[in-house]
Ligand binder design. Structure first.
Ligand SMILES: [Zn+2]
Length: 121
């Protein structure tokens, strides 16, 4: 049996209960390059050697994360609300915000109850 744990508050997320899955892709973004004849004929060797030199003391993981990082989180309903309030400053330890209890609402409709056949996608 798979046991999920909230990545915000650490609470165990019980099977069949509402939880939220967050997927984050952090990618390096570059402006479109215009490549002209000058760039094609220029010797890039020194530039490449400087780049390799700068990367020599970094781990492969560190280098990879400068380009791309994928993060997945499982959140309980309280942490989901905290996350949506401030995704860039997510602090579940600050407590639950007042609001609509989506979990209770979905349960009232029969979703999320084990064996009820109405699982939340
Ligand atoms: Zn939580």
């Amino acid at each position: 049996m798979v046991v999920y744990r909230c990545d915000g508050c650490g609470r165990e997320l019980q099977a069949g209960r509402l939880r939220y899955h967050v997927k984050i892709d952090v990618r390096a973004a570059y402006d479109k390059m215009e490549i002209g004849l000058a760039e094609l004929v220029r010797d890039h060797r020194q530039e490449m050697l400087r780049l390799i030199e700068r990367l020599e003391d970094k781990s492969s993981k560190e280098i990879e994360e400068t380009i791309y990082k994928h993060v997945e989180l499982d959140l309980c309903p309280a942490c989901q609300r905290a996350y949506l309030r401030a995704p860039l400053r997510f602090h579940p330890e600050e407590g639950e915000a007042p609001g609509i209890d989506i979990d209770a609402f979905l349960r009232s409709l029969g979703y999320g109850k084990p064996g009820a056949g109405g699982n939340v996608p």
